[in-house]
Design a protein around this ligand. Structure first.
Ligand SMILES: Nc1ncnc2c1ncn2[C@@H]1O[C@H](COP(=O)(O)OP(=O)(O)OP(=O)(O)O)[C@@H](O)[C@H]1O
Ligand SMILES: [Mg+2]
Length: 491
């Protein structure tokens, strides 16, 4: 469906900014703010709408109360003429203004934020990850990094939306309810305040427990999936050794643990619902009883009873939804914290400020007293991977490196490509230290034939460091490239 408002909202924030991705802050709060910045205007608009909608809703309940009062004493003959404008005003508020404001709030959230917010974070975080050093990926599981990039994006978005839309809505709703009750008679606020105290205690008790249990359940789920996938993947072995019954037991054990975690979490869920239902029952009964008594003592009108009971009924529905939102919020913050540890890490191999592209004029390579040991501390009696290496490769010269496994051939090639920074000395190409030129220009000028198997050509193409329309192997034909010798055994 084409809708100019939707299109406009969808284009408010660019999901794929071209600028270099910056390192996000290392605290969950800073991380969330870092990625939320471009959405501030939309977040603010959504926040204002949430506040306005909550106030209008409470206002409508209050109007129902005063309408009841008007009706009890009204004369049928003059009622319409006397109340026409107020009636029409509130009718318009309920039938036109409120749905329209809700539409705007939904459009801002769904069209303006849901998609773009998460995708923009993924795009920025993914590009930041791509520029992480080799060392980073050697110490992290690729799948884990990918999951964090995908999940942290949702965590940030949902935390922001829950805090700015849901929590503000509830807060304003509660405050206006209390204010409207107090406007009738301050004593009318007592059941609501007591209920609120009980509700907060219930929240404090149940939310952390639910959070822990749902975490446990998620762990169990991935454990069971792992076991099941494991059996399918190794099906020839399972069949060959007639292990089907042993596999049954292996899966059942996992499923039983998972079922136990489901039981535990469902028990808490039932107790939580019961607690809330009891609190809500007490709230409705005590409000109705108190309102009736206040009416009896002439403190409030019949309309105030209708208003108060109607509003607390609405609170009852909200209470269940709110506690789940709260549990979800803590879960989201947990996901963000988890992602921050991986995503917001400093890049170790970076371009220097104002680094120029490498200019190859002759093709001379100089290893000047190079020392490197993968960041490992010096051990007495053990030599580092590369120790005080002096090597000059003249322009046009062909050099083959020969050595036993572990001698440091691949390490040398990695250093020339600046996958790692040297720990001592320097590497110079045509008079330029490779640590002071851009990494992209350096790697773009070096042709590499990896030990990749034929089936992985697609993969090596997608991982080529420079985005060029010409495939790398073709470019290395055009340019006299230095082939770095590697051992012939497939790695
Ligand atoms: N990522 C790494 N982290 C830590 N140490 C490493 C790493 N890669 C290699 N090394 C160590 O550095 C030394 C040199 O290894 P390198 O891979 O360069 O040898 P190689 O000459 O290429 O061997 P091969 O002929 O088996 O390919 C070895 O002691 C090796 O254990
Ligand atoms: Mg090697």
């Amino acid at each position: 469906m084409k809708n100019p408002l939707f299109t406009w909202l969808e284009n408010q924030v660019d999901s794929f900014p071209a600028s270099a991705p910056e390192k996000p802050a290392t605290s969950a709060r800073g991380f969330i703010l870092h990625y939320s910045r471009p959405f501030y205007p939309l977040i603010a608009a959504g926040l204002v709408l949430s506040v306005v909608i909550a106030i209008i809703e409470v206002r409508l309940f209050a109007y129902v109360g005063s309408l009841v009062d008007t009706l009890t004493s009204a004369d049928r003959a003059t009622f319409w003429d006397g109340n026409k404008s107020t009636l029409l005003f509130y009718a318009a508020l309920a039938a036109i203004a409120l749905p329209f404001l809700n539409f705007l709030a939904d459009a801002i959230e769904n069209q303006g934020m849901r998609g773009n917010f998460a995708m923009r974070i993924r795009w920025l975080a993914h590009r930041y990850m791509l520029r992480q050093s080799m060392e980073f990926f050697q110490n992290e599981f690729a799948g884990r990094v990918a999951t964090k990039v995908m999940q942290a994006a949702l965590g940030v978005r949902d935390t922001v939306l829950k805090l700015t839309q849901v929590m503000t809505w509830v807060l304003v709703y509660l405050l206006s309810a209390i204010a409207s009750f107090a406007a009738n008679d301050w004593r009318l606020t007592l059941p609501l305040l007591l209920w609120l105290g009980g509700y907060l205690l219930a929240m404090r008790f149940f939310v952390p427990r639910l959070g822990k249990l749902s975490e446990k359940q998620a762990d169990m789920r991935s454990m069971v999936t792992g076991r099941v996938v494991d059996s399918y993947t190794n099906i020839p072995t399972v069949k060959l050794f007639a292990h089907a019954s042993r596999e049954d037991g292996y899966a059942k054990e996992g499923m039983q643990w998972m079922l136990d975690s489901v039981y535990a979490s469902m028990r808490v869920s039932t107790w939580m619902n019961t607690t809330l239902n009891t609190l809500n029952g007490l709230l409705i009964t005590s409000t109705a009883a108190l309102a009736t008594w206040l009416w009896y003592t002439n403190a409030i009108t019949v309309g105030a009873i209708a208003f108060a009971v109607g509003l607390v009924y609405r609170m009852q529905g909200m209470s269940h939804w709110m506690i789940w939102e709260m549990a979800g919020l803590f879960e989201d913050i947990g996901v963000v914290k988890d992602g921050v540890d991986t995503i917001a890490r400093e890049q170790s191999v970076t371009d220097k400020e104002g680094a120029a592209p490498l200019k190859v004029t002759k093709g001379e390579i100089l290893f000047d007293k190079v020392r490197f040991n993968y960041g490992k501390p010096e051990v007495v009696g053990a030599l580092p991977a590369i120790d005080n290496l002096k090597l000059r490769i003249a322009p046009g010269e062909k050099v083959g490196l020969v050595g036993r496994s572990g001698a440091g051939k691949s390490t040398l090639a990695s250093l020339l490509l600046r996958f790692y920074d040297v720990e001592g000395g320097r590497i110079v190409i045509d008079g330029q230290d490779i640590s002071s030129v851009t990494q992209e220009s350096l790697r773009g000028l070096i042709g590499v034939v990896t030990q990749a198997r034929p089936s992985s050509t697609a993969r090596s193409r997608t991982t080529s460091s420079t985005a060029s329309p010409t495939p790398r192997w073709e470019r290395s034909k055009q340019r006299p490239a230095r082939r770095i010798p590697t051992n012939s055994s497939p790695a």
